[in-house]
Design a protein around this ligand. Structure first.
Ligand SMILES: [Zn+2]
Length: 292
């Protein structure tokens, strides 16, 4: 709750509180949707606070939003409490994440396993990645697990979760936070911004669980995942291998990351199939020793 309070303070553009002194990072941020841009122009005239509220989310705010999304997912799927499995997934995930286009998000990447046999994976904004036992079981090797995790890291790197916050919501944030209108809501500025925060969490949650990302976002995540795999020393063909296993259809990840024939062909075209080498055998044995 204290963290949420920090988020709200940042959202309305008040000075940073003690112990939360994060320098603004020079990372590129996605452009605002045009509707939000117009709203930003309107609120610019109302004062400094509004201007600050109109800027894109900072890395710290993205992190706290991602934590709230992860909390919603954990209310739905329990955590798989197996320290050996959790450590292993973090080692594999961090190895590929280091080779991503965004290797150092605020507070870094963290990976956790969900205790369900439904195959699924979720990339929460800021770098919390949740993957189910069902999906890990579908992978036959460490290289395929690395492929799944690399794809999810790419969604975080590209801020695809944040981009799913609706345009209407952005406009609302921009026109409400920091203006006199906010004080007329029941809870004052904090109450209004709290509702907008809940709405943003809901938008991201729905994208992760129900609707999925755009086809373009999936293509970009596949492309970067293949590059991450080869730069880490994993078999780049592992992504096509795991997508091939998902082609049966069904719920969970089949719905949110549809492995269509067209997509599979595109990923196959990025990589060449090669027979497993001795290092890959060692990794696969290591993978098989962990109980998922
Ligand atoms: Zn995806």
């Amino acid at each position: 709750m204290r963290r949420l309070a920090h988020f709200l303070i940042l959202m309305v553009g008040l000075p940073l509180v003690a112990g939360f002194n994060i320098p603004s990072l020079p990372l590129p941020t996605p452009p605002l949707p045009s509707q939000a841009q117009k709203a930003a122009e309107v609120v610019t005239k109302t004062g400094t606070k509004a201007v600050q509220a109109a800027r894109p989310l900072s890395e710290a705010e993205e992190y706290y939003l991602g934590r709230a999304v992860a909390a919603r997912l954990l209310a739905r799927y329990p955590l798989y409490r197996n320290p050996e499995a959790t450590l292993y997934v973090n080692q594999v995930g961090l190895a590929v994440a280091r080779k991503s286009s965004r290797p150092n998000p605020f507070r870094g990447y963290h990976f956790a396993v969900l205790d369900t046999l439904e195959p699924n994976a979720f990339a929460c904004p800021g770098g919390l990645i949740l993957v189910t036992r069902g999906l890990i079981r579908m992978c036959g090797s460490e290289d395929e697990l690395a492929a799944v995790l690399a794809h999810e890291v790419a969604h975080v790197a590209h801020k695809d979760g944040l981009n799913s916050i609706s345009q209407a919501r952005w406009s609302e944030v921009l026109t409400t936070a920091g203006t006199e209108a906010a004080r007329q809501y029941g809870g004052g500025v904090a109450g209004a911004v709290l509702n907008l925060f809940k709405g943003a969490v809901e938008d991201v949650f729905r994208t992760l669980v129900v609707t999925g990302y755009s086809r373009q976002a999936e293509e970009a995540a596949d492309r970067e995942a293949v590059s991450m795999l080869s730069r880490t020393g994993y078999q780049p063909g592992a992504l096509a291998a795991v997508l091939g296993k998902m082609s049966g259809g069904g719920g969970g990840i089949f719905r949110t990351h549809p492995p269509t024939g067209e997509r599979l062909a595109r990923v196959r075209a990025l990589t060449r199939e090669s027979p497993p080498g001795p290092k890959e055998k060692v990794r696969t044995e290591r993978f098989q020793r962990v109980k998922f």
